[in-house]
Design a protein around this ligand. Structure first.
Ligand code: AMP
Ligand code: ZN
Length: 119
């Protein structure tokens, strides 16, 4: 499912400011905000303002947007001061990944030594 905004979607609600979030930055197409249950000292979520349910739902026309999201993930890491120490960008997709919110989002994690492989 994709479109400007989906009615009951939590992250679309954050885009519309109907659900509060600690917003780091935004531009026309992208929003970055703090994860409510951080799994590392830095844990930011980067989302498109338009609703895209998952990577599987992204269309050919979303390729530029996906690139913008990755650059926004880098910006979030730099603004949080972990550009040099390092960080991980995670995109969970579907059941086995644990994707819980059906609005595509990159996790930006860092500020501690991360384990590999992820669980
Ligand atoms: P995922 O498991 O990849 O779908 O990740 C969903 C993420 O959204 C989790 O890390 C949650 O902690 C986070 N999350 C859920 N609700 C909120 C919220 N209201 N504000 C910020 N982050 C949230
Ligand atoms: Zn949404």
């Amino acid at each position: 499912m994709s479109g400007p905004q989906a009615a009951g979607c939590l992250f679309c609600r954050i885009v519309r400011r109907e659900t509060p979030a600690k917003i780091l930055f935004e531009d026309e197409r992208v929003l970055a905000f703090e994860d409510i249950r951080p799994q590392a000292p830095v844990h930011v979520l980067v989302i498109p303002k338009a609703h895209v349910a998952s990577l599987n739902d992204a269309s050919e026309g979303s390729q530029a947007l996906l690139g913008e999201l990755l650059f926004a993930a880098r910006r979030a890491a730099l603004e949080k001061g972990i550009g040099e120490t390092g960080y991980r960008v995670v995109l969970n997709t579907g059941r086995d990944s644990g994707q819980a919110v059906s609005h595509i989002h990159f996790h930006v994690l860092g500020g501690r030594r991360l384990q590999w492989p992820p669980g």
